[in-house]
Design a protein around this ligand. Structure first.
Ligand code: DUC
Ligand code: ZN
Ligand code: ZN
Ligand code: ZN
Length: 503
């Protein structure tokens, strides 16, 4: 076999093991052909010597917002995907968002296809955000979207007037998705609790960015998460609760998993590394807390972080995604959204942070590859599960993305050998089209030396982005797998016994 690329002598890490040092990965036509020793190299074979380096699967970021109309100064596909590969992510699943007045998903798909085609450095797919789930969409369009276009997941919002669906609509969607083998993602926060608090804050003229965190307390997430799980249990359908930030809410998920329900949880770097003090603003710029406004908000206490780190380590979280949902701080024309005539109005600040580039290095920094073992409670295999293997399986990319094995796409991160490659995150190093990073000044113990997508080096830390914007391919995804609990015939008593009377 004449390989196109052989990666030699690294330490290969998969979701289940850390392989012995010294193995070689043979790659041809973008695929991993074999893992072995003394692989032949011809004059046309590119060889990468990776002695002392860990090799992990290219990252799969299953929660990325690009080119959405509700964030006009956010990243588009070119800059968002460029930022992804610079941080080790080779696959992004972004959102195609249904406007509330759209009664068909076809124009929505066409619109996003236009924005993404030939503009992506990374391989990509979409989840639909459903805001208006008509009968025709659920019964006629979703089956076609799944079978022909490979879109096998949807996201729903329980809050935001412009996007939210009510509990009955959530149920209708869950039943439709269940029969199609689609995964439902849900943003779980109590709309009514949040609205009531915002009314009170406005009455009392509490409008600084920090009050965003006051308006969305943990209990709003806890209640909505439990409600979402209950709706999924009634429908007996898989669900992933996105961007979880509350330990109590995550405990609801864990309890559901213990009962073998197909409930998954996702968290994001900002909830693990940042606290709400970031939203308070700096003395030189009173409004700068706007840079850290996201929903759910950053939480108040170090104890909040501890609970989430435990759930990272113990397997409650299935995925660790960026929720890259940025807007510029200084908008073109000198405007800052959320400053109205110079006065802060936190309800007008766009929600979401940039993070597609920093996601993987931040988590890798918590593994024994970077930290002394007693400090790092995250194994290298767990890092791989969270950043690549699990999102690939959950969203229908198993067998192709998210692992290092024969037959898989040759998507790899090659890390610097231990004790080299450390970086202090700063805006100067970023490849997004946003004017700040919320992780400014955070130290990470390593950074990808190379990112490889389908056998091509697309990021070389000594040169920068060396990939091509037209190289990213659209991914038609298959049915997702349930990674926690199981689906069908659940030993749950009442609901299970009685369902036959009404289904
Ligand atoms: N939900 C997201 O998924 N991203 C950003 C903001 C939000 O509310
Ligand atoms: Zn959300
Ligand atoms: Zn103020
Ligand atoms: Zn999001």
């Amino acid at each position: 076999m004449d390989f196109d690329l052989v990666v030699k002598n690294g330490i290969i890490v998969t979701a289940s093991e850390v392989l012995q040092p010294g193995l070689e990965i043979g790659i041809k036509d973008g695929k991993i052909i074999c893992i072995g020793t003394a692989l032949p190299a011809s004059t046309s074979t590119q060889v990468i010597e990776a002695e002392g380096a860990y090799i992990t699967p290219g990252g799969v970021d299953s929660h990325v917002h690009l080119a959405q109309k509700n964030s006009p100064t956010g990243d588009g596909w070119e800059t968002g995907s460029r930022s992804a590969i610079a941080g080790g992510t080779t696959t992004i699943i972004a959102f195609a968002s249904q406007p509330k007045d759209a009664t068909s998903l076809y124009p929505v798909l066409e619109d996003y296809d236009k924005k993404a085609k030939d503009q992506s450095y990374a391989d990509y797919g979409y989840h639909f955000i459903l805001t208006n789930p008509t009968k025709a969409i659920l019964q006629e369009e979703l089956p076609v979207m799944a079978a022909q276009h490979g879109i096998t997941s949807v996201k729903l919002y329980m809050t935001y007037e412009a996007m939210r669906v009510d509990d009955r609509q959530v149920l209708d969607i869950l039943f439709a998705c269940r029969s199609l083998g689609m995964t439902t993602m849900i943003h779980a926060e109590s709309h009514d609790m949040i609205n009531l608090i915002i009314e009170g804050l406005e009455r009392n003229k509490n409008a600084d960015p920090f009050f965003h965190a006051v308006a969305r307390p943990r209990i709003a997430e806890d209640e909505a998460s439990y409600r979402a799980i209950s709706l999924a249990e009634l429908a007996d359908a898989p669900m992933l609760i996105v961007h979880m930030s509350s330990e109590v809410a995550v405990n609801h998920v864990r309890e559901a998993q213990t009962r073998l329900l197909p409930i998954h949880a996702e968290t994001c770097p900002h909830y693990l590394f940042l606290l709400s003090e970031e939203i308070k603003g700096k003395s030189h710029d009173h409004f700068s807390g706007a840079k850290h406004v996201c929903s759910p908000p950053l939480r108040h206490h170090p104890k909040d972080l501890e609970g989430l780190w435990q759930s990272i380590a113990n397997g409650t979280f299935t995925t660790f995604s960026s929720d890259h949902a940025p807007s510029k701080y200084d908008h073109p024309g000198g405007k800052r959204l959320g400053l109205v005539d110079g006065i802060p109005r936190f309800t007008k600040i766009p929600n979401g942070l940039p993070g597609v580039e920093t996601r993987i290095p931040l988590l890798f920094g918590q593994t024994p590859a970077c930290q002394p073992p007693e400090k790092a409670n995250l194994t290298l295999s767990r890092f791989v599960q969270l950043t690549a293997t699990n999102p690939a399986k959950l969203y229908g990319l198993a067998g192709r993305k998210g692992s290092i094995a024969p037959g898989y796409d040759a998507d790899l991160i090659i890390w610097h050998p231990k004790d080299t490659g450390a970086v202090t995150i700063s805006q100067d190093l970023m490849h997004h089209d946003i004017d700040y990073t919320p992780f400014e000044g955070v130290h990470v113990g390593n950074w990808p030396r190379y990112t490889i997508l389908r056998g091509q080096v697309v990021w070389d830390k000594s040169k920068g982005v060396v990939g091509n914007m037209k190289y990213g391919q659209y991914l038609k995804r298959g049915k997702g797998q349930v990674l926690t609990g199981r689906i069908g015939n659940l030993p749950r008593g009442m609901i299970e016994d009685e369902r036959r009377y009404w289904l």
